[in-house]
Design a protein around this ligand. Structure first.
Ligand SMILES: Cc1ncc(COP(=O)(O)O)c(C=O)c1O
Length: 343
């Protein structure tokens, strides 16, 4: 496996391997509800270590590696106002001595009082990132091109990182992460397992699926759609990115069935809170002392809980929840969590 990744430039940004632990108290709480519950594990990619961590750090190792190899002096990236990706990209750029420019879209119709200044936006400001806001209804592509053209006109060398760092370069980070997870399961003697995680721009899932193709055996990969109403198009996008990533690695092309994407947990749309998300965030915090986030991991955990409560996965199959980070988002959604326990 080392050979497959060694030929890509890589900036060492993440604290790896991230912790891998069992959620025994959560399992007991679900058993107390009367369910047959498999062994539950958590892979702590919220602990990747860069400016509060998260899944983008693994992708950014390869993306910043490529940017440095090309002699870039400025990184331009994009995402929603509360983008975890933009926050981690800013930190990654800073550690590499590169200037971060964040083109952030005011695209989520959430009207919480802290959404437009706290959470990730506050952290972007503290890091001194240049933030350009795209108002609702405006064309993001115009703003992105404008930023890139301006940097070039001033003799700068811009490098563009797409939404979520989700291209075949960024996804290499999750192909490598698949080995980390599968090796941890092997070390515990667990042969039957499934990784569950939130899927949005798709690079995490595509990378994991490509990693599975390269490794040839290991846990299934099960994404929870937290991003798009157009589920079929999202799934097709993940498959095509998984195939591009596998090709870059010289791995067999993933089959259609390798991409499992669960719907039903998005609610009214990306970034819009759901009751199931709030229940999941509070349940995990109160049983495991682990903080999820309102936009991705809270909805993904709601998906995992539903799989258990509806007995959709067999009890002998261990579930590994991939915690992809995002905790700063809790502060942007503070009033969702002030109602105390929902039962
Ligand atoms: C905390 C968190 N979890 C999950 C995701 C989804 O990852 P991907 O965009 O690779 O699908 C993101 C992406 O922004 C994220 O910030």
């Amino acid at each position: 496996m080392l050979d497959a990744f060694a030929r890509f430039p890589r900036a060492p940004l993440a604290h790896l391997p991230t912790p891998f632990s069992e959620m025994k108290r959560l399992r007991a709480a679900l058993q107390a509800e009367g369910h047959l519950v498999p062994r539950l594990f958590i892979k702590r990619d919220d602990c990747t270590g860069l400016a509060d961590g998260g899944n983008k750090t693994r992708k950014l190792e390869f993306l910043i590696g490529e940017a440095l190899a090309q002699g870039a002096d400025t990184i331009v990236t994009t995402g929603a106002l509360q983008s975890n990706h933009a926050r981690q990209t800013a930190a990654a750029a800073i550690t590499a001595g590169i200037r971060p420019v964040l083109v952030l879209l005011d695209m989520v119709p959430y009207q919480g009082r802290a959404y437009r200044h706290s959470g990730n936006l506050l952290l972007d400001d503290i890091m001194g990132a240049e933030v350009r806001i795209v108002p609702q209804g405006a064309n993001p592509a115009v703003f992105i091109k404008g930023a890139i053209d301006e940097i070039s006109a001033a003799d700068g060398k811009p490098f563009f990182v797409p939404t979520g760092g989700s291209n075949a370069t960024g996804s290499l980070g999750y192909a490598a992460a698949y080995f980390e997870i599968a090796d941890a399961l092997d070390a515990l003697g667990i042969a039957n397992a499934r990784i569950i995680h939130g899927s949005s721009s798709g690079g995490t899932q595509a990378g994991l699926v490509a990693g599975a193709a390269l490794r040839g055996r290991g846990p299934a990969v099960h994404g929870i759609n937290v991003y798009r109403g157009d589920h079929a198009a999202m799934k097709a996008g993940i498959l095509s990115l998984a195939r591009a990533t596998a090709e870059a690695l010289g791995a067999p092309s993933p089959a259609d069935e390798a991409v499992i994407l669960e719907e039903g947990f998005l609610g009214r749309g990306y970034g819009m809170p759901t009751a199931a998300m709030i229940e999941a965030v509070e349940l995990i915090a109160r049983n495991e002392g682990i903080l999820l986030d309102p936009v991705y991991t809270g909805k993904a955990m709601a998906g995992l809980l539903a799989l258990i409560r509806t007995r959709s996965t067999p009890p002998e199959e261990a579930l590994v929840f991939l915690h992809t980070g995002g905790m700063p988002g809790l502060f942007a959604y503070e009033e969702e969590f002030t109602g105390n326990a929902k039962g």
